[in-house]
Each structure stands twice: as C-alpha cells, then as structure tokens.
Design a protein around this ligand. Structure first.
Ligand code: ATP
Ligand code: MG
Length: 162
C-alpha cells in the first residue's frame, strides 16, 4: 500500500449526516475512483454509500444485499457498490476483475478489508467507527495523489461551510 499522505476524520451524529458526507464525496468523484470502506457491522458503510449515490445523482435506491458481490447503479457516473461481507476467498474478487470492470464509474466497496490485496494501491480508504448510539467517526485516508486532491476538496468544502 502507498504511504498515507493525508487523512481527515469527520464525526457524524446521525444517519442523515453520514449520508450528507457521502453526498459531498459523491459529487466530487471521477471515473476510475476507488473507495475502500471498512468498519464493523452497523457502522454506517451502506448509509455512506447511499449518500454517495445521492451525490452521483443515482435515482434507484442503493440497498444492502450482502449476497451480491457487486451492485450497479446509473447516475452521473455509474456507481459500482461492492460488499465483500460474505466473501470466502479473495480470489473470488480477483476473478471479478473489479477494478477493470468499474473503470468507467466509481467503485465503492464495503468490507474491503476482506480482500485488501486485490485492490490497487491508489484509493481512498474510509474507516468507520461506532462512537455511540448515533455517533460515527469516519476517517478518510488518501493513498495516492488523486485521493490527496479529493481529500483536500472535501476539507476545503467543509471550511467554506463552517
Ligand atoms: N451517525 C450515523 N451514521 C450512520 N448510521 C448510523 C448513525 N447513527 C446510527 N446509525 C445506524 O447505524 C446503522 C448503520 O447501518 P448500515 O447498514 O449503514 O451499516 P453497515 O456498516 O453497512 O453494516 P453492515 O456491515 O451490516 O453492512 C443504521 O441502523 C443506522 O440507522
Ligand atoms: Mg452494509
């Protein structure tokens, strides 16, 4: 994995706020972007992806189907929503050639830690931690220049709003 050059922790106090963070991210995404999500059950990964869908102007509801490895949603860019919870062998993901298939859109993967090794070293890593009943800490870490720029744009947007 590339060295982590920058990271940003955002505190969310409600599912709606997590969706807003996702929407802000979604508006900034470009074709080929890869977001790898990790965090325990119920930490808000799907909630964040729903917001990303909103930011990408996806009209179909983004749902959590843990028996499907990859969901596909049409929007400003195609949102490819992976969920590796039920993955038994990282080879299954390797065979899907996720990165190549998803190059025309944005790939966002829940439980990416089940198969770190199959993803490219350049990506945005999002770790979600449960702080309380309705509190979540989202730590965004940039791996690679593209993601440093993305992170800077998110941090900049935040400053303008506060
Ligand atoms: N600040 C918050 N942000 C996101 N979800 C929250 C927050 N506070 C409470 N929640 C609740 O936590 C749960 C998050 O569920 P979600 O399906 O998004 O988690 P997940 O990480 O995708 O879980 P899984 O590992 O099962 O896929 C929901 O029930 C939501 O209402
Ligand atoms: Mg989920």
């Amino acid at each position: 994995m590339a060295t982590v050059a920058a990271s940003l922790t955002l505190r969310s106090k409600s599912p709606a706020q997590t969706r807003r963070i996702g929407a802000r991210l979604g508006r900034l995404l470009q074709a080929g972007d890869i977001l790898l999500l990790s965090g325990e059950l119920g930490s808000g990964k799907t909630c964040l992806v729903q917001g990303i869908g909103r930011g990408l102007a996806v009209s179909d509801p983004v749902t959590s189907k843990s028996f499907v490895l990859l969901g596909e949603y049409r929007g400003r860019l195609t949102l490819y929503h992976g969920d590796l919870y039920r993955l038994e062998d990282p080879l299954e993901v390797e065979e899907l050639a996720l990165t190549e298939c998803c190059a025309d859109g944005a790939l966002v993967v829940e439980w990416a830690d089940r198969a770190w090794e199959v993803f490219p070293p350049e990506h945005l890593l999002v770790r979600l931690e449960i702080g309380g009943a309705s509190e979540r800490d989202l730590t965004l870490a940039a791996h690679g220049e593209r993601y440093e720029r993305l992170l800077a744009a998110i941090a900049g947007g935040r400053r303008r709003r506060s």
